[in-house]
Design a protein around this ligand. Structure first.
Ligand SMILES: O=P(O)(O)OC[C@H]1O[C@](O)(CO)[C@@H](O)[C@@H]1O
Length: 439
């Protein structure tokens, strides 16, 4: 297990009044215990194919083959898609510096782009800059009907045609969507299949925001050269206590769910995840969607907030320490001590920081992560600590599965369906109505 979860700084017995009383945690653990029984049935009956993902390997070669096809002679690979059709891939790609401030500009070829937001200026800009003859495109949408992804795909097809490309769309494009439902439409397939574009199948039993361990997340990961088998193995590590029939208090994801539930009942309705690693920034955004869409319904749910350390110490920490005590914190750290450039003794002295001398940048980041968690606790702010010594494919797979399990169990325990998102549809319908009125 790469993930070490510590809840000591969440408990009233350690941090005083702002912390969680032991009996509140016990009560939540008992509800989560029942939710775990439901999860075990889900596994047994096959109702939740996500639970089988860690032990599935027969699809990996297909993913690797598609990734190799995309990489062949490509300078750029562009992933079109939004929400769960993009954030999982981005999270994994960040292990290889995707969207890491500064470092992301130097990533190896092919350059990978995820265009998950629809912004006309960005899209125009990117289409003009891309070397079209050596760019590959992947359109991902579970439903095949998401307006943003369809518009992006149409724009790219038109752009390829206008550029008078020798290559046909089927030579540069790949689709990833559910199979067409009998009698139903799949607009993305309707768009691309007549061009001969090949499609990978989106798992029909796994929703977009839970799809990071399927081809949706693993295809971009494989394009980046990551070990996708290790990602699945890591997911297995998070699931192992559940398979082994552990009690809620001994299964880290179940303990996490119980903490979240109990915290919300104690008035901590904001869940802040602050990760001290650039390579977990996309993870925090992936988690925000996972948590918000899965738990926020029927008048229930806590507000997920993503933060990164140490940079957000300089923007959010004041509120966290001095503002209302209505938050439950997770401070995430990695084993960065001893890593990075070493501080020259003389220069450190000249800067008036002789304590920096001989220390490395990673030493300061490690100290900051620890100090933030402890300062939050000293101020009565309940804080869970998650530490991952070595952030690699296996560890990230474990972290992703941990959070998916924590989310599902929280939904089950609260009596909400963690797999739908009915409220989002209303605005989509209205937007299409306004679009039809636009001149
Ligand atoms: O993969 P699709 O079907 O394009 O959906 C994209 C995203 O849109 C949502 O349905 C919300 O509108 C998310 O749940 C989903 O991840």
């Amino acid at each position: 297990m790469a993930l070490q979860q510590t809840i000591d700084l969440s408990l009233a017995s350690n941090i005083g009044g702002g912390g969680l009383p032991q009996q509140a945690l016990e009560a939540a653990l008992s509800v989560v215990g029942k939710a775990m029984k439901r999860l075990a049935e889900d596994d047994e009956t096959g109702r939740l194919p996500l639970l089988h993902m860690p032990r599935t390997t027969d699809d990996l070669d297909g993913v690797r083959e598609a990734a190799a096809w995309l990489r062949r002679d490509a300078t750029d690979v562009v992933f079109l898609g939004t929400g769960g059709s993009s954030l999982g891939g981005q999270t994994l790609a960040q292990l290889k510096d995707y969207a890491v401030p500064g470092a992301g500009r130097f990533t190896e070829s092919p350059r990978v782009h995820f265009l998950d937001n629809l912004d006309p200026v960005t899209f125009d800009h990117v289409l003009h800059k891309l070397p079209l003859s050596s760019t590959r495109f992947v359109s991902i949408s579970k439903s095949g009907g998401t307006g943003e992804t369809l518009m992006q795909t149409i724009a790219v097809l038109s752009c390829l045609e206008k550029a008078g490309m020798k290559a046909l769309p089927k030579e540069v494009f790949l689709g990833l969507s559910e199979p067409r439902k009998p009698g139903g439409r799949n607009a993305l397939r309707d768009l691309l299949e007549p061009e001969g574009v090949r499609f990978l199948e989106h798992h029909t039993g796994i929703g977009g925001r839970y799809s990071v361990l399927t081809n949706v997340g693993l295809l971009p990961a494989a394009v980046m050269g990551l070990d996708i088998g290790a990602i699945r193995q890591g997911a297995g590590d998070a699931y192992a206590p559940f398979r082994d029939g552990a009690e809620a208090k001994d299964a880290p994801a179940a303990l996490g769910a119980a903490l979240n539930i109990a915290m919300a009942l104690e008035g901590k309705n904001i869940a802040v995840t602050m990760a001290y690693a650039d390579r977990l920034e996309r993870f925090t955004r992936w988690w925000v969607q996972l948590w918000a869409e899965s738990i926020g319904k029927d008048g229930k749910g806590s507000q997920p907030v993503a933060a990164i350390g140490p940079v957000d110490q300089h923007s959010q920490l004041q509120l966290y320490l001095g503002g209302p005590n209505d938050k439950f914190f997770t401070v995430m750290t990695t084993g960065v001590a001893g890593q990075g450039p070493v501080m020259d003794q003389k220069l450190a002295q000249r800067a008036g920081e002789s304590g920096f001398g001989g220390k490395r940048i990673g030493d300061l980041v490690a100290a900051q992560g620890r100090a933030t968690a402890e300062t939050l606790a000293k101020n009565g702010r309940p804080t869970r600590q998650i530490h991952i010594e070595k952030l690699d494919e296996r560890a990230l797979g474990e972290l992703l599965m941990h959070y998916m399990l924590e989310t599902i169990l929280t939904g089950y325990a609260l009596g909400v369906d963690p797999f739908d998102q009915p409220a989002v549809e209303e605005g989509k319908i209205l937007a299409k109505e306004y679009l039809s009125q636009a001149k």
